[in-house]
Design a protein around this ligand. Structure first.
Ligand code: NAG
Ligand code: NAG
Ligand code: NAG
Length: 649
């Protein structure tokens, strides 16, 4: 406060001759103007000390006569940032990207407690990131990328609990390790630390693991998952007592070790602190996470593989579940974690509930599980075991640990996808021979069944056109969201009409997002090779884009492939035919030969003559999506816009 008073006094002395009437905010801005040495566009030329109020000045926004935003992007201003900016006490947004401000970021900015946006990217700012910025508790958007900032990452930044979108510190000269506290950043924040000089192991904590490798690229000294550079394995640490040297040399010993102990890389005390910090960090993300108490027994896992095909209902798994509990001894090898805040179901309750098989695929079986007293239900996807996941004798422990980590990373990524047209993941469960994904339950069957009939609704009435249009619009929105919500640029890879679930209001919910990745991550022997090759899911031939057909192992996990599959679903919806390999070609030919629409459209729609123009427009969109050349297909976002125009009156 005293400091502030002195500053105001100085400013008043500085400008008192002519600016006695100008507000304090105006004086603070004039301090910025005098700190600017070069102003090639004349952006600040109208900032005059003869004005009463700065509210009309270029780049200045006011609320109730106080400056609330200062926005001067790409003005090539050079100079420095004066600490007087901290006097703009009602400032909410300070955006000065694309200028040439140099010198340090003033620590005094920490006084701007109402600041929600701070964008100083693409300047020449140097020196460290002031740790005081951690006091800007309202900050939602922080971008300091493309400067000359150096020094280490201040842990306090990670404590900004309102951050959202991208925390961008890329393209600077930041060095040193990534603080463990960065594991505390809000789960929906994407981190961009590219092109710095950071080093050491990436802390293996949820939010960091789910960032994807691009967040850390261009830091030659960084190592560890999700980067492909493994960290050097340190020599055995002499400070950890080895009760039995011969046992310590036996590689299979690793299987029985707790995960943290397995790393054996630091003195015991540090390990303890690490455990505590990791636990606190993890607990803050997952509302609920607990592990079974393990009981000691001999057989390690092998025999349990036989279970995979033997249990026709979830009831079978219940027995299997408790059997697993008896058999396990790798302390942290089982995880049950909620990714949705409202989810409080305990694992035992889940396993004890009645379950019905509602779907089967190559990737596993889906159960409807009725829980609790109410009508509530969840859907549980039980991922199939792969035959080749048996750890090789010996180094199985580390491998197991990597598999679990890969699974958790993907599960967290799935959990981040929150959209009304995407089925929400509520929780996941991992054990070495059991992987469950627990989703919200969508009650009204699949789009496939609604179109073609099916065991769940054999006699359902045909869907009217408006319902079909709404469904396709919703699916397009959900898919566009999946393509865009993360810098990892996800693809679904398995869109079919059976993956689109309908609720009671016939709203569509896309299911199965990320499952192909999880199953493929389970197939890796080592997580280091995890991102190299993704196994494409086997989808019905009709949905497979031409570029992925016939080539064994070619991946259909691309966004362009999703657009193709969406186009096929749209054709299926309009023609009422099932999506066999000929559907797309058949429609294309009918259009080329100018056949009457009545031959192509679902007969159930023919009485809805008013819909003819909309149906034609839908064909147009669907044929665009199913272009043979992937480059010619529109992006999902553009498809959404086209479909919204169809619906508009
Ligand atoms: C800002 O940095 C660029 C590139 O590093 C340099 O060309 C330019 O002269 C610098 N500008 C100032 C004002 O320091
Ligand atoms: C971070 O900023 C850089 C340049 O300032 C930009 O190229 C990059 O796309 C940004 N990262 C994200 C994830 O938006
Ligand atoms: C990167 O950091 C290392 C120390 O961690 C230092 O020796 C090296 O000079 C730095 N490189 C650059 C380009 O700043």
């Amino acid at each position: 406060m005293a400091e502030e008073a002195v500053l105001v006094l100085l400013l008043l002395l500085l400008f008192c001759s002519s600016a006695a009437a100008l507000t304090t905010d105006g004086l603070a801005l004039l301090a910025l103007k005098s700190a600017v040495a070069v102003d090639p566009t004349g952006a600040l030329s109208a900032w005059l000390d003869s004005d009463d109020s700065p509210c009309g000045w270029t780049g200045v926004t006011c609320r109730l006569d106080r400056v609330s935003a200062l926005d001067l992007p790409d003005r090539a201003l050079s100079g420095y940032l004066p600490s007087e900016l901290s006097l703009l006490s009602e400032l909410e947004s300070l955006t000065l990207p694309g200028n040439q401000f140099s010198g340090p970021i003033p620590a005094a900015l920490a006084a701007l407690r109402g600041l929600t946006e701070l964008d100083l990217s693409s300047n020449n700012l140097s020196g460290p990131i002031p740790p005081e910025l951690g006091q800007l508790t309202s900050l939602a958007h922080l971008d300091l990328s493309s400067n000359l900032l150096s020094g280490s990452l201040p842990p306090s930044i990670a404590g900004l609990s309102h951050l959202s979108g991208v925390l961008n510190l890329s393209c600077n000269q930041l060095s040193g390790p990534i603080p463990l506290e960065f594991g505390d950043i809000p789960v929906d924040v994407s981190l961009d630390l590219r092109q710095n000089n950071l080093s050491g192991e990436i802390p293996q904590v949820g939010p960091l693991l789910s960032q994807g490798p691009t967040a850390f690229a261009g830091n030659p000294g960084l190592c560890g998952f999700p980067l492909k550079t493994p960290c050097p394995v340190p020599q055995q640490d002499p400070k950890i007592p080895q009760p039995n040297p011969s046992l310590g040399l036996n590689p299979s010993d690793a299987t029985a070790r707790p995960i943290i102990g397995e790393k054996r890389r630091s003195p015991a005390g540090t390990v303890m602190i690490l455990v505590v910090v990791v636990l606190v960090a993890v607990a803050s993300i997952f509302v609920l996470q607990w592990q079974f108490r393990k009981r000691r027994s001999a057989g390690e896992g092998k025999d349990s593989k036989n279970e995979k095909s033997s249990s026709p209902s979830f009831g079978g798994t219940i027995a299997g579940g408790s059997a697993i509990e008896d058999r396990r001894e790798g302390h942290a090898s089982e995880v049950y974690a909620a990714v949705d805040e409202g989810f409080g179901l305990e694992l035992e309750e889940l396993l004890r509930a009645s379950a019905y098989v509602v779907g089967k695929s190559r990737n596993g079986i889906v159960y409807k599980v009725v829980v609790g007293r109410g009508p509530s239900a969840v859907a549980v996807r039980r991922l199939s075991e792969n035959d080749d996941v048996d750890a090789p004798p010996g180094g199985g422990g580390g491998d197991e640990w990597r598999r679990r980590r890969a699974f958790e990373t993907e599960a967290i990524a799935i959990g981040r996808a929150k959209h009304p047209n995407v089925v929400r993941l509520l929780a996941y469960y991992y054990a070495p021979d059991e992987r469950l994904l627990i989703y919200e339950y969508i009650p009204n069957g699949t789009l496939h069944a609604a179109l073609h009939g099916g065991p769940l609704n054999p006699t359902a009435p045909a869907l009217p056109w408006t319902a079909r249009l709404n469904i396709l619009q919703g699916v397009a929105r959900g898919l566009a969201y999946l393509h865009e919500f993360s810098p990892r640029k996800h693809a679904h890879g398995g869109i079919t009409s059976s993956k689109i679930l309908l609720d009671d209001e016939l709203r569509p919910h896309i299911s199965g997002f990320g499952v192909a990745r999880i199953v493929s991550s389970g197939q890796q022997k080592l997580a280091h090779s995890a991102s190299k090759k993704l196994v494409s899911p086997r989808v019905a031939a009709g949905y497979l884009p031409p570029e992925a057909r016939g080539l064994a192992g070619a991946s259909s996990l691309t966004q362009r492939g999703d657009v193709y599959a969406f186009g096929v679903v749209a054709l299926e919806v309009v023609t009422g035919r099932s999506a066999d390999a000929e559907l797309e070609e058949w429609v294309r030919r009918a259009f080329k030969e100018e056949r009457p629409l009545s031959e192509v459209v679902d007969p159930a729609l023919l009485h809805e003559v008013h819909a003819k123009r909309e149906v034609l427009a839908m064909f147009h969109v669907a044929l665009g999506c199913t272009e043979a050349d992937p480059e010619l297909r529109p992006r999902m976002r553009a498809v959404v816009e086209s479909l919204d125009r169809i619906g508009a009156p």
